[in-house]
Design a protein around this ligand. Structure first.
Ligand code: CA
Length: 137
């Protein structure tokens, strides 16, 4: 498996988006990102990524609604990222079709291992030994 794994980030907050981009290993993933829900749905349709992260609080469409729209055509992995950790939000996200629910703030290392595990369980190899450059910083 030499090809990089395409990952789409749907997140309107520049800082969080940068953090997500930095946390994921570029050697094994091709990362693209958009800042609104509608762009996210379009990009997902066009790019068919292996994994999508969806922020709950987006400027146009609620992240849960984005997940519902994605699940009409998308069969890859969806990770919902929320600033709210309420158990009800998690349940709503999972019911909408998300595979995982992560809460902000997150540590880059935790995020990366969660995403790597999800990709591995869906048959993608997405991490490399020694890709721990971010850790300890
Ligand atoms: Ca947001």
């Amino acid at each position: 498996m030499d090809a990089t794994v395409p990952v789409l980030i749907i997140e309107d907050d520049d800082d969080i988006r940068r953090l997500l981009e930095l946390a994921l290993p570029r050697t094994t993933m091709t990362i693209s990102s958009v800042g609104t829900g509608s762009e996210g749905v379009e990009a997902c349709r066009a790019e068919d990524p292996a994994l999508v992260t969806v922020d709950i609080g987006l400027p146009d469409i609620d992240g849960i609604e984005v997940v519902q729209q994605l699940r009409e055509f998308y069969h890859g992995t969806i990770v919902v990222i929320s600033a709210r950790s309420a158990e009800r939000d998690r349940a709503t996200a999972m019911a909408a079709g998300a595979d995982a629910f992560l809460t902000k703030p997150f540590r880059p290392r935790e995020l990366r291992s969660a995403i790597t595990e999800l990709l591995e369980s869906s048959g993608h190899r997405s991490d490399v030994p020694g890709a721990d450059l971010l850790d300890g910083q």
